[in-house]
Design a protein around this ligand. Structure first.
Ligand SMILES: NC(=O)c1ccc[n+]([C@@H]2O[C@H](COP(=O)([O-])OP(=O)(O)OC[C@H]3O[C@@H](n4cnc5c(N)ncnc54)[C@H](OP(=O)(O)O)[C@@H]3O)[C@@H](O)[C@H]2O)c1
Length: 379
């Protein structure tokens, strides 16, 4: 019954978004798409940005935009070969605009499905004693038809989409917060609750260059609304559905973003670290196409007939990664008080599902996650 309820809810929300995507795609076919406040990417000039899964889809589009505007991009990829290929393409694309401010794109190995790989990535980066300005926890997988268990004994989506990023952000932020302290006084830490605030103009979106802080963007999804964090079966051992696992991992990610922010806010540090969750939209990538035409969405019998139609409709139902950048750009460059601990979708802060805002659930998830990843709970 629960399974039916969550799936129906997800389909309803998805249908509304698909309808809006068709509208946007028709608009884009008639006029040239003008990204809002695109010049705000300039705020990332000279900043170091790690992007997980930056070799494809939304991660690749984000990495290209950051590199084009003079950011120092570190691609964290599970395949060095695919990462190097992407770095080359990003370099060529980025140099078309303003070549003198483009930095070489770094490629490093990171498999989020292995806790050891995450730890060694963080260890190497921390050993270089570099400031980290932006961490985009983007890499993800969606709805494998069978339950896959990682070498760490966890359900694959839970680990790749959520726990691997949780550990990564924790290890990197712990180091940054210990070793890079802002000399400023903390009046920039005044909190604001600005729900439903649209993306502003370029001058609206300003990260002060002398701020020592790290902004962590967690790619969640509107699918989090179909998620359910059942602590008695987080690893879906009792019953597995690929979509349910995805939705749960995205709810966990959103809940963790909020808990990271609460922990930042509770500390006496003068740093203004920010954690923010983003739904990028339903975007034309390998992940979204795979789901749209896969067995999980319609059952294997219907798949044979519906998949070719879905494939045909995909360019209308899904938006291009450049449009998804609206939300990521807002999350990355809006003033801290507008986005700290918030959920951003369609380029603005939006109210997430109730369970994502539940503090007790978030605290419990934090402690369970620390246990699973064998790490210290404090930042
Ligand atoms: N597309 C959408 O409509 C949509 C909607 C909502 C949320 N999102 C979220 O947006 C994020 C990006 O998705 P996308 O649509 O851009 O997907 P994508 O095109 O399939 O790209 C996914 C990226 O994640 C990487 N990845 C997968 N498993 C990994 C692992 N174990 N370790 C390290 N990297 C791994 C992939 O690497 P390989 O190239 O090596 O496979 C790839 O670079 C995901 O978190 C997704 O859940 C997407």
């Amino acid at each position: 019954m629960d399974f039916l309820r969550t799936r129906t809810l997800a389909y309803l929300i998805g249908a509304v978004e698909f309808a809006d995507n068709i509208r946007l795609n028709i608009l884009d076919s008639l006029t040239t798409f003008e990204p809002r406040a695109a010049s705000s990417w300039n705020n990332l000039e000279g900043k170091t940005c790690i992007i997980t899964g930056g070799n494809a889809g939304i991660g690749l589009a984000t990495a290209t935009a950051v590199a084009r505007h003079g950011g120092r991009v570190v691609l964290a990829c599970r395949s060095l070969e695919r990462g190097n290929k992407a770095a080359k393409a990003i370099g060529v694309e980025a140099c078309e605009g303003n070549p003198e401010k483009v930095h070489e794109v770094e490629v490093r190995e990171l498999d989020l499905g292995s806790l050891d790989s995450v730890r060694s990535f963080a260890k190497v980066f921390n050993s270089e004693h570099r400031r980290l300005d932006l961490l985009v926890c983007n890499a993800g997988i969606m709805a494998p038809p069978e339950r896959i268990q990682t070498a760490d004994g966890l359900e694959q989506q839970f680990q790749v989409n959520y726990l691997g990023h949780f550990l990564l952000a924790h290890e990197l932020l712990t180091y940054q917060r210990k070793h890079f302290i802002s000399p400023k006084n903390s009046n920039s830490r005044t909190r604001g609750r600005n729900q439903h605030k649209p993306a502003g103009s370029a001058s609206d979106l300003a990260c002060s260059s002398d701020d020592i802080s790290t902004r962590v963007i967690f790619l969640s999804s509107m699918a989090h609304r179909a998620g359910n964090l059942d602590f008695t079966d987080l690893q879906l051992n009792r019953s597995y559905s690929g979509f349910q696992g995805y939705a749960n991992s995205k709810l966990a990610t959103l809940s963790a973003a909020k808990e990271f922010q609460r922990q930042f806010d509770r500390s006496s540090s003068t740093r203004r670290d920010v954690a923010v969750a983003v739904h990028p939209g339903l975007v034309d990538t390998v992940l979204a196409r795979g789901w749209l035409t896969g067995a999980d969405v319609m059952g294997s019998a219907a798949q044979r007939f519906v998949a070719p139609v879905a494939k045909l409709l995909a360019p209308w139902l899904l938006i291009q990664p450049e449009r998804a950048l609206e939300s990521i750009l807002y999350a990355a460059t809006a003033p801290a008080d507008l986005v700290a601990g918030q959920y951003v979708a369609s380029g603005r802060t939006t109210r997430p599902a109730r369970q994502a805002c539940d503090t007790a659930t978030a605290e419990k998830l934090w402690h369970v996650s620390c246990k699973l990843a064998k790490m210290q709970p404090s930042l």
